[in-house]
Design a protein around this ligand. Structure first.
Ligand SMILES: Cc1cc2nc3c(=O)[nH]c(=O)nc-3n(C[C@H](O)[C@H](O)[C@H](O)COP(=O)(O)OP(=O)(O)OC[C@H]3O[C@@H](n4cnc5c(N)ncnc54)[C@H](O)[C@@H]3O)c2cc1C
Length: 334
């Protein structure tokens, strides 16, 4: 079977997806199934790797590890002829309407770009925390609140968001405390009233370290010598958005630093699309996957419309007519 990509410049991919996490893989599956010549470039740091048991992804009633979800996604995309390369893209330039990508290992060229570069959640800088990431130290109550029902939970933070987090966690556990790690509370009067109304203890001392065993948090050790026995920490320290490439292309970011997209995941730069946590999406795997699919559909449609405008589809049709059966056999009935 002749494919559209067979007629193209072999040095130029129809689509390059930067980021082989959840959004990028979902897009790759759609693009592969749309017969688009697609390359996924990935530096291998998907946040999904931090989650040992994803319990909120459709179709896995017993949960699935983030690592497995990535592995299955890649296998599925490879079944549809999507290519993968492990590389970190460091710069992008325009050349005759195409994109030339400079990776650490080599350069690449594409007609369309999908940025699925994700974000990085900042863990609190407290000794002992990093070892417990994804096991007993979390960032997202929608992801992990259910996992910590009836446990003793500390929210690290000193702003309104930390208070709202603590209030939200009351739906999962009666035992919730706020630890500001030596910071003066910056929350509003209304938030202070809520803390009081719901009897949420606040520890303002510096946290010296987190006691843990086999990635399970046991206690916070405070500067005063006190220990607070807890099972889990949630933090509100903030995110780093991987938007350097988008910015270098001139894509508009919103006030939180996320790449602005329309409902089809087009950025403000023609032929550049974005999906997943690097956009203003709610940073959930199933949402990242949905956005990846939506971006891929838009890319496929835009490439199709372009091929009609440039008569590229006609060129493809001419090769089909010359090389393949194009009309089904017609015979008399009986
Ligand atoms: C501890 C933890 C637990 C979580 N648990 C859950 C959960 O239970 N359920 C849930 O729905 N969500 C969960 N999440 C969130 C989930 O991981 C994200 O929603 C999801 O991974 C976002 O997908 P993405 O494709 O946008 O980004 P990612 O999956 O992070 O993928 C981005 C990819 O882009 C690559 N990349 C970035 N820049 C470049 C570059 N310049 N060149 C090449 N490659 C690049 C990165 O290496 C990475 O592989 C959790 C997150 C964390 C941190």
């Amino acid at each position: 079977m002749i494919q559209h990509k067979d007629l193209d410049d072999p040095q130029t991919r129809e689509v390059i997806v930067i980021g082989g996490g959840i959004a990028g893989l979902s897009a790759a599956i759609y693009l592969g199934r749309s017969q688009r010549d697609t390359l996924v470039l990935d530096s291998g740091h998907s946040m999904a790797k931090w989650e040992p048991v994803v319990g909120n992804y459709l179709g896995f009633p017993d949960g699935v590890s983030g690592e497995d979800l990535l592995k299955f996604g890649r296998q599925q995309a490879e079944r549809h002829d999507v290519c993968f390369a492990s590389d970190q893209i460091e710069g992008i330039q325009r050349d005759n309407g195409d994109f030339v990508l400079r990776g650490k290992k080599q350069s690449y060229r594409a007609k369309r770009l999908l940025l699925a570069t994700g974000i990085f959640h900042l863990p609190p800088e407290i000794p002992g925390v990093k070892e417990c990431l994804g096991h007993s130290m979390f960032f997202c109550k929608d992801c992990d609140g259910f996992r910590v029902r009836e446990k003793r939970i500390a929210i690290c933070g000193a702003n309104n968001e930390a208070v709202e987090y603590a209030l939200g966690m009351l739906l999962y556990s009666a035992c919730v405390v706020v630890a500001t790690n030596g910071e003066e509370p910056r929350w509003s009067k209304q938030h202070a009233e809520w803390i009081e109304e719901y009897d949420i203890p606040v520890h303002q001392e510096k946290i010296l370290d987190v006691e843990h065993r086999e990635r399970q948090i046991l206690a916070l050790h405070l500067e005063s010598g006190l220990s607070v026995r807890i099972d889990n920490i949630f933090t509100t320290r903030g995110d780093v958005f991987h938007t350097d490439l988008a910015e270098s292309l001139g894509a508009k970011l919103d006030e939180d630093g996320q790449i602005e997209v329309d409902h089809c995941m087009r950025t403000t730069v023609p032929k550049v699309y974005a999906a997943g946590c690097v956009t203003p999406a709610n940073c959930q795997m199933i949402i990242a996957a949905g956005q990846g699919a939506a971006a891929a559909q838009a890319i496929n449609r835009d490439l199709f419309e372009e091929s009609l405008q440039t008569h590229g589809l006609r060129r493809f049709r001419e090769v089909q007519l010359a090389a393949e059966e194009t009309v089904p056999e017609v015979a008399e009935k009986g």
